[in-house]
Write a protein that binds this ligand. Structure first.
Ligand code: GLC
Length: 469
């Protein structure tokens, strides 16, 4: 592994051994808590840290035509489906563009409804919909941690999309296969990365991004102290601190990268340990010091607003923010770069596995038309469009090697993409994952708001143990 190749602040950039050019697309969720899926990629990316890729040009690339449209049209023309789609960043606009293209080519009308921005609120919306056996939603976005809980309400896509599934990363297909049924098709992957202001690092005398959390805290403070003189809104570091699913993802990264385990390991709750306490208390100490005081209410959108408006030195977010930060309306266009997240004294860099799938409701009245929409939205053409215009991580291995995709998505470089991926403890909590995650993010949010980790972790532990029983 290349772990630890970035040099610390003030030193020259590290060397990255990519003799074999392993490009990690995204890790699956089945099996071990830390799992890496790597592909041998002939010539993707470059081993040296490069200048910024050209900003994503959403206007320059349009949604691709629907393959096989005439046959689909002949069968399903005139049917209406509702798609519960994205709401983060510019992704609702993307959904509308895809729906428009699909409708034009096939005659199937797609009504796009954005889901609530927080993943767990979106989970609750779908849970209500399924429990009332409603046919209101035909196609829905499914977070990578939900297939276990929603499998009973989703159509088995294997008969129609099983062949297409072979082109996606095997680990994700495994994650989306429950009891032998393919209940969702991978749409895009996700992993936590560090965004940093390359111009400001240079201005304050740093030649590389931080390797450890302690370095990040120190660099963020120095840059913030300097920048605050001319910009009162400036902060050193922004991330997802609100009590919601995103904080479970961030906290898992902090804990795992500090040698504190994966919250639940081998079926046992491990979160109440010294390394976890140390890193969580260290994060608490930064609130209001290098972060905005209200970072404890930030989700992805607030994080992106802070960074893209030029008001933060460092941000933790998913790859989708790359295209926004590199876009025409960004204040940081050409002034930022991405890297792996820092680690603690005792661990190595990690990224939490995220990502979204598309599924069809068992209660849909137009299942076949809905499946055709899923086939289109998860096709190579659309994954390529998603990656180039919206910096979404492809789940199709061939798309991840596409030259234009690699060029516009520098986080796909082995140096960043090959970091170990930690998966949320969905495997152990199974259908109770969302309840377990709530325990985790509520507890961690209390810590960020001022409670000491040694007070909160024992209660997180006992509540998780109850859920595991
Ligand atoms: C991203 C990830 C998803 C995660 C969510 C948390 O959307 O893809 O897996 O649950 O962020 O906010």
């Amino acid at each position: 592994m290349w772990r630890g190749v970035h040099s610390g602040p003030g030193l020259k950039k590290g060397r990255i051994n990519v003799k074999h050019r392993a490009l990690l697309v995204v890790a699956g969720l089945v099996g071990a808590a830390t799992l890496i899926v790597s592909l041998s990629v002939a010539a993707a990316g470059t081993s040296r840290p490069t200048a910024h890729a050209a900003p994503a040009k959403s206007a320059a690339i349009a949604p691709p035509k629907v393959p096989n449209a005439a046959a689909i049209k002949a069968k399903y023309h005139g049917q209406k489906i509702t798609f519960v789609g994205d709401s983060v960043g510019g992704l609702h606009a993307r959904d509308l563009a895809l729906a428009k293209r699909f409708q034009k080519d096939t005659g199937i009308k797609v009504n796009v409804v954005p889901h609530p921005a927080a993943s767990d609120a979106s989970f609750a919306q779908l849970a209500r919909n399924f429990s009332s056996k409603s046919s209101a939603f035909d196609v829905m976005m499914v977070d990578v941690v939900w297939p276990g809980a929603f499998a009973p309400y989703l159509v088995n896509l294997k008969p129609k999309l099983g062949k297409a599934a072979k082109a996606h990363v095997a680990g994700i297909i495994q994650n989306d296969t429950i009891g032998g049924k393919l209940v969702a098709m991978p749409w895009f992957g996700d992993y936590g990365i560090l965004y940093y202001r390359s111009d400001l690092l240079k201005k304050y005398g740093y030649s590389a991004p931080p390797k450890t959390w302690t370095q990040l805290f120190a660099m963020a403070k120095k840059i913030q102290d300097g920048e605050k003189k001319s910009n009162d809104n400036f902060s050193g570091f922004v991330f997802q601190g609100n009590a919601y699913e995103g904080l479970t993802c961030d906290a898992l990264e902090w804990i795992a990268s500090a040698g504190g385990g994966h919250i639940i390991d081998n079926g046992k709750v491990t979160i109440d340990n010294k390394n976890a306490r140390t890193i969580l208390d260290a994060m608490r100490a930064q609130i209001g010091k290098i972060t905005p005081k209200n970072v404890t209410t930030f989700q992805e959108d607030q994080t992106a607003n802070g960074f893209v408006s030029g008001n933060a030195a460092f941000a933790r977010n998913w790859p989708y923010m790359y295209s926004i930060a590199a876009g025409a309306d960004s204040k940081v266009k050409g002034k930022f770069n991405v890297s792996v997240l820092p680690h603690g004294a005792k661990g190595g860099s990690v990224g939490t596995v995220g990502g979204w799938q598309l599924a069809v409701s068992k209660y849909s009245k137009h299942k076949d038309a809905a499946i055709e929409f899923v086939r289109y939205a998860t096709s190579a053409g659309v994954e390529r469009y998603n990656a180039i215009a919206y910096s979404l991580v492809p789940t199709r291995t061939a798309v991840a090697k596409d030259k234009a995709v690699v060029k516009t998505n520098p986080y796909l470089k082995p140096a960043i993409a090959s970091v170990p991926r930690v998966t949320r403890p969905a495997k152990f909590l199974k259908g109770k994952y969302n309840a377990g995650s709530k325990v985790i993010y509520q507890g961690v949010n209390e810590i960020l708001q001022g409670q000491s980790a040694s007070r909160v972790l024992p209660s997180i532990k006992s509540k998780l143990q109850r859920l595991l029983r």
